[in-house]
Design a protein. Structure first.
Length: 315
């Protein structure tokens, strides 16, 4: 097992997998919540438990992910340099720009939705913030659409970041950003559903909870389809691409991780539970906790698998 996590061609380790997972989860939760606010929620969106969960999960995902990345640097105390000195030829630097803009627009969007709650706890010297939020709310549609675009870019970026490792045929794959986009939606749906139901007491039978519950199944099925395309393309490409695919899913520690952890535990089991369990059970809090936790673990295992298995074979 130690050899599976430590080999000569390894460049990025498990810390990067957690960073990719948290960033993707944030982007997925935002994309789903924007749709809920625009198409599903009737009345005040600030009262919806799933949007409340997203207001905590989305910033937490980015801030904690960046914090992990900073402490993973060789000189963590010099992190501020990557925040102000940009290199347009570096995929990592472009990612930092994306994170900063995304986080800024995300806070604007959250402030507009939860203005009344924010101002309730705002100290009197900062009461002028209310006027700023009111002015920002005048172009709320712009902020919302821009945030949705940035969330899509962020989810896909987590795949483009690994694609930058050009000497690794499994990672330098155009399908990888699409796979990570759908895995972001899967983890985002699970996270905001879990937080909304358990923490903010959203009813499992509410319109938003039902929509997210229904949305999860086709996303996971499409994720499986994209994964099939991903490995089929590698195998049919021949050469080191074919070698990389068989090294990853053919045999060994990472193959077991993929088939038992990612596919069976993280994807097929939640799908089967949602399909075979009666509606009365599917709407219980305990069932939702089990299914969403399985989904989140499955996505984290997928990102860890892609990161490590993808670095085992070089051109």
């Amino acid at each position: 097992m130690e050899a599976a996590f430590n080999f000569d061609t390894l460049v990025w380790d498990w810390i990067i997998a957690i960073y990719l997972f948290l960033a993707g989860m944030s982007a997925g939760a935002v994309m789903i919540s924007i749709y809920l606010k625009r198409k599903v929620i009737e009345g005040d969106p600030a009262k919806d438990g799933i949007l409340k969960a997203t207001a905590w999960i989305a910033p937490f995902g980015i801030i904690s992910g960046l914090t992990i990345l900073i402490f993973h640097l060789t000189k963590p105390l010099m992190f501020w340099k990557i925040m102000i000195y940009f290199n347009t030829s570096s995929v990592m630097s472009m990612g930092v720009i994306l994170f900063q803009v995304y986080l800024m627009v995300l806070f604007v969007w959250i402030a507009i939705i939860f203005k009344d709650t924010i101002m309730k706890y705002m100290p009197k010297p900062l009461s002028f913030v209310d006027g700023i939020i009111v002015k920002l709310a005048k172009i709320e549609n712009f902020w919302e659409l821009f945030l949705g675009f940035m969330a899509i870019m962020l989810a896909a970026y987590t795949g483009f970041l690994l694609s930058a490792l050009k000497t690794y045929p499994m990672l330098n794959n155009p399908v990888l950003p699409i796979l990570f986009l759908f895995s972001s939606l899967s983890s985002g749906a699970a996270a905001c559903m879990l937080g909304g139901i358990v923490v903010f007491k959203q009813s499992p039978t509410s319109a938003t909870a039902k929509w997210v519950h229904t949305f999860e199944r086709p996303v996971v099925m499409f994720e499986l389809f994209v994964m099939l395309c991903f490995f089929t393309g590698l195998i049919f490409s021949g050469g080191q691409g074919e070698v990389a695919a068989y090294n990853a899913i053919g045999s060994g520690f990472w193959a077991s991780w993929f088939w038992w952890g990612v596919i069976i535990f993280g994807m097929l089991t939640p799908l089967a539970l949602n399909f075979f369990m009666p509606a009365a059970v599917r709407h219980k809090n305990g069932f939702i906790v089990v299914v969403t936790v399985l989904s989140l673990i499955g996505v984290l295992m997928l990102r860890t698998f892609v990161l490590y298995a993808g670095q085992m074979t070089v051109v």
